[in-house]
Design a binder for this molecule. Structure first.
Ligand SMILES: [Zn+2]
Length: 314
């Protein structure tokens, strides 16, 4: 079956209010096209922007059925198996998920005043967040539909993720910590998801949430060529810290901490300049030493690549 014949290619409903803060003043921002293969037709997507909180979103977005079909080829659902060794080797070269998972679990645990030691990892991926929650002393439940990711997860955690989409998950007991890393930007109905999360948290429990920043310097610099935040159409929402806060607080959560994260692979610049040998080594070490001060300046102006938010259930 070819890609073209597999895809239903239906757009979802027209969106009339901001997906984050529900303001009705939204306006057209830019167009970004999606093309899976050279032979496939280009599909047009329009990005709208909220004039109140600045959050962006696809309008109209792909229909959920279309989005699910895209995920069979791309995105979180890997198209071929990957081994735990390969995943760990990537982490050794560019420590990323492990660092984020440990920081977010530590912070969430510190802010959790519910006394509840159960942790829920929504979109658990390879399992680094579950691993970090376990290390922090939590009894975990992990949800992830991706088969190849779950194969790695089992080896890393010696545990079984629940292979369902979050909307189909039916929990019986509350949680003290819920982690959603790189999930909300994929959801067609982020408001429903957050409302469900709020219902799952014990009073005083914490949601730790990470999303790409629509205000990042990458989006300002590259416009729609940016693929960290504006990865169309897998990402359907492009949050700002203001929009994310509005979404969480509307659903009975109180934002207690927000931080930005910026990490650029140290060899990104030398690769882009096609440098090798000594020249590459010099540029790489320069990038390494400038990375922290650069990130600090970006974060000061709210231009970091990712937003991390911690919100407490009232
Ligand atoms: Zn808004």
């Amino acid at each position: 079956m070819t890609y073209a014949s597999a895809v239903s290619e239906i757009y979802g409903d027209l969106i009339r209010e901001c997906v984050a803060c529900r303001a009705e003043r939204i306006s057209y921002w830019r167009q970004k096209n999606y093309q899976y293969t050279d032979s496939a037709n280009r599909k047009e997507f329009h990005i709208y922007r909220c004039e109140s909180c600045g959050t962006g979103f696809l309008n109209r977005p792909p229909h959920s059925q279309w989005l699910q079909e895209i995920y069979q080829y791309s995105g979180q659902a890997l198209t071929k198996p990957i081994t735990l060794e390969e995943v760990l080797a990537r982490e050794v070269e560019f420590p990323n998920c492990t660092v984020d998972a440990e920081r977010m679990s530590r912070q969430a645990n510190r802010l959790n005043s519910s006394g509840n030691r159960r942790g829920l990892d929504i979109g658990s991926g390879f399992g680094f967040y579950t691993q970090a929650l376990k290390k922090a002393g939590y009894q975990t439940v992990s949800i992830n539909p991706g088969k190849y990711e779950n194969d790695v997860f089992r080896k890393l955690n010696d545990d079984e993720p629940v292979a369902v989409m979050f909307e189909n998950y039916q929990p019986t007991e509350p949680f003290g910590v819920v982690v959603m890393s790189q999930v909300l930007e994929h959801l067609l109905e982020p408001d429903q998801a957050i409302s469900k999360v709020a219902g799952l948290l014990a009073t005083g429990g914490v949601l730790a949430c990470a999303v790409p920043n629509y205000n990042s310097f990458l989006v300002k610099l590259l416009g729609t060529k940016d693929n960290a935040c504006l990865w169309v159409p897998e990402h359907v929402n492009y949050f700002t810290d203001k929009g994310l806060k509005a979404l969480l607080e509307r659903n009975g959560l109180r934002v207690v901490k927000t931080e930005q994260i910026t990490r650029v692979p140290f060899n990104a610049l030398s690769k882009r300049l096609s440098l090798t040998g000594k020249a590459a080594a010099v540029v790489d070490s320069l990038v390494k030493s400038l990375q922290a001060p650069f990130a600090n300046v970006m974060h000061y102006f709210g231009l970091g690549i990712y937003i991390n938010v911690y919100a407490v259930k009232k």
